[in-house]
Structure formats: structure tokens, C-alpha cells
Design a protein around this ligand. Structure first.
Ligand SMILES: Cc1cc2nc3c(=O)[nH]c(=O)nc-3n(C[C@H](O)[C@H](O)[C@H](O)COP(=O)(O)OP(=O)(O)OC[C@H]3O[C@@H](n4cnc5c(N)ncnc54)[C@H](O)[C@@H]3O)c2cc1C
Length: 390
């Protein structure tokens, strides 16, 4: 094993992309993760988790050679966005304002994982079917007791990150006291490839365009809702919950989509804001292991894949006399990521705070602000570029 060996811990989208990116830039990398081959949905069955992939991420996945492996019939380009406030505020964004072919693409999690797994396999990348347990000197130890030499351990092991804990990397957590409810819905009227979002004191409802099914138009729901309200819904029996949800959806978005029908189980994800120091000697964090943000902008995975792109660039571009886990190299990675991560944390947390307030002057100002933005093409263009990861 090379003295420059790198072990990526975690086989989610971020971990798979990190292992692939490092292998493609000729690093001696292994993947340490449970080898659960993902089930790829077919026909009118759609994976309950979908992501809005930004143009910057799309370009990176293309450079890794995986974007073209996606089933294009299951990928929906987002050509416009309509954002509503809670008192008649509205902003409409079109891809052409930012001179882009699409603002984002809606892709199922299982599709992304499947093509990344396929690429990792084709590349012949060593994949150890085990879990990270502890750090050793220039190595990591797996749950099965195996010692893997590692000059650099990459923690892509999600929000709970055992790698982050083992390395003692500082980590800050704040609960939003909200749950992100996700499911797919049949709707009466077409979405026309537009992503809709309603901001209100009770939370943020996003309806994302998905491929039509035999039943007609389909959208994917991400509803960031107060935990007490979400828990109430999740505690109901299946039919009762669907009925209650469909009723609430119609009251917020019925004018746009008509009637709703829940077509998949409803899943709930507790929402937190988490940040960390990202590196320690011989250890670098990427993705949710490094930071977790509110999903109102649909940017968490995009931010994680931005980490991957930068880490690969920094490690592969290091001087030959430095190892990949040299803290000077890893600090460089942290330095470059600090600004985009802080900007995304500030934007998502700021928007969340703005809309969480029911104080009348704040309600008035935020809705007036939305009207103003809607009339200013220059600001719209900036917003689109920011949302695109540019
Ligand atoms: C409701 C909701 C909607 C969202 N929508 C969007 C969106 O539209 N666009 C977007 O960009 N982002 C979105 N996000 C954010 C996105 O889901 C996350 O940022 C992303 O999934 C993080 O991926 P990850 O690979 O870092 O972590 P994970 O997906 O959590 O993967 C971590 C992996 O590490 C493995 N692991 C854990 N422990 C160990 C161990 N000891 N050893 C080895 N492996 C281990 C796990 O099994 C898992 O496979 C959303 C989030 C929520 C909650």
C-alpha cells in the first residue's frame, strides 16, 4: 500500500463522488463503506428522495463521467421558479434571465447513487465492505478490526460522522425545530418544469417538477414544517395522514395545482444547522459530515459535491514532497471552502429567520422585498447565478 494512501469513509453520493474523483486524479484511494447496492426505481415508481442538482454540480458530475449515465427520461430540468411570500409577495425566475439552459435538474437519489456505484465498479476502485470504527497512526480501523493504512482519511460519513468524532474536529449544531417532510404527489395541472416554493410562518413548501406518470402530472414535495405539526402528521395512520396532507396542500397551493394525491410514503427528516472545522491532521470532512444546512434552497448536496471537487483539486495539485494528509494541504482546502460554505449557511439561515417571524413589519418588508426583486432583472440574474453555484 502506498504511503500516500487515502481512505474515503462513507458510500453516500458525496463519498462515492469523492472516491471516484480522487481515483480519476490518480490518487491511491479505497472506499470504506457498507456495500449496499442501490435499487434503481423503474416505470412510475420514483425514489422518495430527490435532489435539485445545480448547474455547477451537473458540470462536475459530467466531468466525472457519470451525468450521462443517468436515465434522461427520469431527470427533469427546472426551467423556472415561482416563489411566493405569505402576504402576496412573489418572485418569478426563468432560466433565460441567467442565460442558462436550466436553473437545476431534479434527479432521484437512487439514480445518482446507482450511476456512481457503477462508475466506481468500472474504475476498479477498491471498496471495503465494512465501516469506519477508529483512527490509528497513519491508518484507520474498521468495525471488523481491519487496519487500513491511510495518510488521509476522508470523512464522507454523513451528519453523525464517526470520523469527525474520532478526529475531535469541532462541530456546532443548532436545531431548527422543524422536520422536512418529503413525498411525491399526483396533481391536476401541469408544472411546466417550474419549481414552486411558498414561504410562510409555518414553514416552507417546495413542489418540484417530476416526470408525468400514467396518472398525470407529478411533483415532489419538500415541506419544512414546525416539528410539532410534522410530528402530528407522522403520528397519523397512512390514510388519515394522506388525507390531512392533501387538504393542507390544497389550502396553500390548490390555486396552482388543483387537487393533490399522495403517491408515496411520507418521510420526515429533522432539520438542523451544523458546521465544523472540516480538517485535522490526516483527516478531511466533506458533505454532511462537514456541514448541514436548511433544505429551503435545495443546496446541501450541491455544497457537499463542491467540497469534493475542491478537495480532489487541492490534494491532486499538492507539491510531490507533501503527503495528502499534510495539515498545510488540508488547511488550503478548508480556506477555499470557507467562503462558499459560509455564504450558503448565511443565505439559508437568513431566509429561514426572515420567514420564521410573524412580526407585522417583518412580514410587510419581506413581501415588499419580494415584489421589488421581481421587478429588477439584474438582481434576478444575480439570484439565479447564486442558486446555480456560480
Ligand atoms: C428534506 C431534505 C431535502 C433535501 N433536498 C436537497 C436538494 O434538493 N438538493 C441538495 O443539494 N441537497 C438537498 N438536501 C441535502 C442532502 O440530502 C444532503 O446534503 C446529502 O444527502 C448529504 O450526502 P452525504 O453523502 O454527505 O451524506 P449521507 O447521504 O448521509 O451519506 C453518508 C454515508 O455514510 C455512511 N456511513 C455512516 N457511518 C459510517 C461509518 N462508520 N463507516 C462508513 N460509512 C458510514 C452511511 O451509511 C451513508 O451511506 C436535502 C436534505 C433534506 C433533509
Amino acid at each position: 500500500m502506498s504511503k500516500n494512501a487515502i481512505v474515503v469513509c462513507g458510500g453516500g453520493i458525496v463519498g462515492l463522488a469523492a472516491a471516484l474523483g480522487l481515483a480519476k486524479s490518480r490518487q491511491a484511494v479505497s472506499l470504506l463503506a457498507p456495500r449496499a447496492l442501490v435499487h434503481r426505481d423503474t416505470g412510475d415508481d420514483y425514489c422518495p428522495r430527490v435532489y435539485a442538482i445545480s448547474p455547477a454540480t451537473q458540470r462536475y458530475l459530467h466531468s466525472l463521467g457519470v451525468w450521462e449515465l443517468l436515465n434522461s427520461a427520469r431527470v427533469t430540468p427546472v426551467e423556472g421558479m415561482a416563489i411566493f411570500g405569505d402576504a402576496s409577495g412573489k418572485v418569478a425566475l426563468d432560466a433565460w434571465h441567467g442565460v442558462q439552459s436550466a436553473l437545476a435538474w431534479i434527479v432521484e437519489s437512487s439514480e445518482l447513487e446507482a450511476v456512481l456505484q457503477q462508475a466506481v465498479k468500472v474504475y476498479g476502485l477498491p471498496w471495503i465492505d465494512d465501516k469506519f470504527q477508529a483512527l490509528g497512526p497513519e491508518s484507520c480501523i474498521t468495525e471488523a478490526g481491519r487496519t487500513m493504512p491511510a495518510a488521509l482519511v476522508v470523512g464522507a460519513d454523513g451528519a453523525q460522522s464517526p470520523v469527525r468524532t474520532a478526529a475531535g474536529i469541532e462541530h456546532r449544531v443548532r436545531s431548527y425545530k422543524e422536520v422536512g417532510l418529503v413525498t411525491h404527489l399526483d396533481v391536476e395541472r401541469p408544472h411546466a418544469k417550474i419549481a414552486y416554493q411558498w414561504f410562510g410562518v409555518d414553514g416552507v413548501l417546495a413542489l418540484l417538477p417530476m416526470p408525468d406518470t400514467a396518472a398525470g402530472p407529478q411533483v415532489s414535495m419538500v415541506w419544512s414544517m414546525r416539528a410539532s405539526q410534522a410530528d402530528e402528521l407522522l403520528a397519523m395512520s397512512g390514510e388519515e395522514r394522506n388525507h390531512a396532507l392533501e387538504h393542507r396542500l390544497a389550502s396553500v397551493a390548490g390555486a396552482q395545482f388543483g387537487r393533490f394525491k399522495v403517491r408515496r410514503p411520507v418521510l420526515g427528516f429533522p432539520l438542523t444547522l451544523e458546521t465544523s472545522d472540516m480538517v485535522a491532521p490526516g483527516v478531511a470532512l466533506v458533505g454532511d459530515a462537514a456541514h448541514r444546512i436548511h433544505p429551503l434552497a435545495g443546496q446541501g448536496l450541491n455544497l457537499g459535491l463542491g467540497d469534493v471537487e475542491q478537495l480532489v483539486h487541492t490534494v491532486a495539485g499538492r507539491p510531490t514532497y507533501r503527503g495528502p494528509g499534510d495539515i498545510r494541504i488540508l488547511r488550503r482546502y478548508r480556506r477555499v471552502r470557507a467562503e462558499p460554505v459560509a455564504a450558503m449557511v448565511a443565505a439559508t439561515d437568513g431566509l429561514h429567520r426572515l420567514f420564521a417571524s410573524s412580526f407585522a413589519p417583518v412580514v410587510l418588508t419581506r413581501n415588499m422585498g419580494m415584489h421589488l426583486v421581481d421587478r429588477l432583472p439584474f438582481i434576478k440574474r444575480r439570484l439565479i447565478l447564486a442558486a446555480s453555484g456560480e
